[in-house]
Ligand binder design. Structure first.
Ligand code: GTP
Ligand code: MG
Length: 181
């Protein structure tokens, strides 16, 4: 039946945002879902989520459930629970802390080991090189090859602070989720 808004279809997609502590996962989600940014670091405990709703065509309303998973959860056993029913993921690292890029591989293997789509295909993934506004940033030169080898959809230099490429990154995951739906 048609809702009050008049659209005919309503979809819910669960997206994961993962990566080491302090790389900017909460900030990226806040920027995208609420349009705000704070420079005060408040560590996420466990997991949290936000909803972003958008019309993808005149008949279809999509609710993106953005799961914000605490960086320190990679060392816990709960990620399997948090990953359940996810249809796409963004793996974030911090351009000003190279060690967080090395963790991208660990997050990706944790993800690939624990979750696949219903059709057994791997989850669509993008990599976000965040804090691109910080001027001492170093882009890892093997990232292009890594993305190709690992079938990463795309990678983006992002800034939650300056709102750079955040929408583009989620749009990429949204298109993949719509395609797989
Ligand atoms: P955990 O919850 O511990 O896993 O961390 P997180 O990945 O959620 O990081 P969070 O979003 O809390 O950001 C950590 C710190 O980095 C905060 O002080 C943010 O303000 C800052 N930060 C996040 N994104 C950016 C960015 O794009 N540019 C700059 N300059 N700072 C950022
Ligand atoms: Mg957080």
């Amino acid at each position: 039946s048609e809702s009050l808004l008049g659209q005919k279809n309503e979809l819910l997609f669960k997206f994961l945002v993962i990566g080491d502590f302090g790389v900017g996962k909460t900030s990226i989600i806040k920027r995208y879902a609420e349009g705000t940014f704070s420079s005060v670091y408040k560590m996420t405990i466990g997991a949290d989520f936000a909803i972003k709703s958008l019309m993808v065509d005149e008949n279809t309303l999509v609710h993106l459930q953005l799961w914000d998973i605490a960086g320190n959860e990679r060392f816990g056993s709960l990620t399997r629970v948090y990953y359940k029913y996810a249809v796409a993921a963004a793996i974030v690292f911090d351009l000003s802390r190279p060690e967080t890029y090395h963790s991208v591989k660990k997050w990706l293997s944790d993800l690939r080991r624990k979750v696949t789509l219903q059709n057994e295909e791997p989850l669509p993934v993008v990599i976000l090189a965040n804090k691109g506004d910080v001027n001492y940033c170093n882009i890892p030169n093997e990232i292009v090859d890594f993305c190709k080898e690992q079938k990463i959809l795309n990678w983006f230099i992002t800034s939650a602070k300056e709102n750079t490429n955040i929408e583009a990154a989620f749009e990429c995951l949204l298109q993949a989720a719509l395609h797989n739906h």
